[in-house]
Design a protein around this ligand. Structure first.
Ligand code: A3P
Length: 279
């Protein structure tokens, strides 16, 4: 049904989680220099990196994360006042396009970690997420979903517009862009890079421990505890290359065309290693 989603400033959102009132209020969320912020287009590895960040902060402070831990754009406007009262360091997450993130997160020099994943696996992951999520419409087929994804008619809109926008921040010292594939290839190195970016003084042993806890197998095994009945939907397959079982030659071509149009020759395009992971 159409009312599961609504459009705000040209972007689609799930109605039960987001509202125009919340977007208006969001600008008054006060960014801090010591916030630990993660931004990801949906299905690029949000839950994975949230866990890594929570483990890091827990190791350093011995305090569990504050309650309002979902995306900053979820919930009702009263949440903003609570978040403005929370002690530092706050772990904040969002799926928002950079233009829609409150401006203070840029002017106050908050460090922003951004995770991207190759668009083909992102699309397949999103397809399953849509079809196993009562908050989102169902698609009768992969082909139907693909057309929505490629034209940006999904929640948080176009993957490629997000990627192009973040590409502009690659040289910003307060932005670190990591990829799902690089984390998958070497999680210890990824965890270390993230800790260093946020200036979190973790030992090599602590970094190793966080990486061990954050493998797909270990997170999936605990997913009932961490995500309830939704665990099996969030922790589905956790692989690189699942797209090969879904994409038709024509869809492949269409995705390659979009990549070429938006990202070929850009720094983020190179970081995504499209030739390695999408060919
Ligand atoms: P798949 O659907 O391809 O399995 P998000 O958290 O942004 O919604 O992304 C979910 C995707 O990240 C899912 O992809 C999920 O399996 C994968 N994922 C979650 N935790 C992971 C981990 N520890 N290692 C690898 N992939 C993980």
């Amino acid at each position: 049904p159409a009312d599961l989603l609504f459009s705000y400033k040209g972007v689609l959102y799930p109605s039960i989680l987001c509202s125009p009132e919340m977007f208006q209020k969001l600008e008054s969320l006060e960014a801090r220099k010591d916030d630990v912020m993660l931004i990801a287009y949906p299905k690029c590895g949000t839950n994975w990196v949230i866990q890594i960040l929570h483990e890091m902060i827990f190791m350093l402070t011995n305090k569990p994360p504050a309650p309002d831990i979902s995306m900053i754009e979820f919930g009702t406007p009263d949440k903003i006042e609570r978040m403005n009262q929370q002690p530092s360091p706050r772990v904040l997450t969002s799926h928002l396009h950079p233009d829609n993130i409150p401006k203070s997160f840029f002017t106050n020099k908050t460090k922003k970690l951004v995770i991207f994943r190759n668009p083909k696996d992102t699309a397949v992951s999103y397809f399953h997420f849509y079809n196993n999520n009562a908050l989102l419409p169902n698609f009768s087929s992969w082909d139907e979903f693909f057309q929505h994804f490629i034209s940006g008619k999904v929640c948080w809109s176009s993957y490629f517009e997000h990627a192009c926008a973040w590409n502009e921040y690659l040289d910003d010292e307060n932005v670190l862009i990591v990829t799902y594939e690089d984390l998958k290839e070497n999680l210890v190195a990824g965890v270390k890079q993230i800790a260093e970016f946020f200036g979190l003084p973790l030992t090599q042993e602590q970094i190793q421990e966080i990486a061990d806890k954050s493998t797909f197998q270990n997170m999936k095994a605990k997913s009932r505890e961490t995500h309830g009945n939704f665990g099996h939907v969030v922790f589905r397959k956790g692989d690189i290359g699942d797209w090969k079982s879904y994409f038709s030659p024509a869809q492949n071509q269409e995705m390659d065309d979009s990549f070429n149009k938006y990202l070929a020759g850009t720094k983020l395009g190179a970081k995504l290693k499209y030739d390695v992971h999408c060919k």
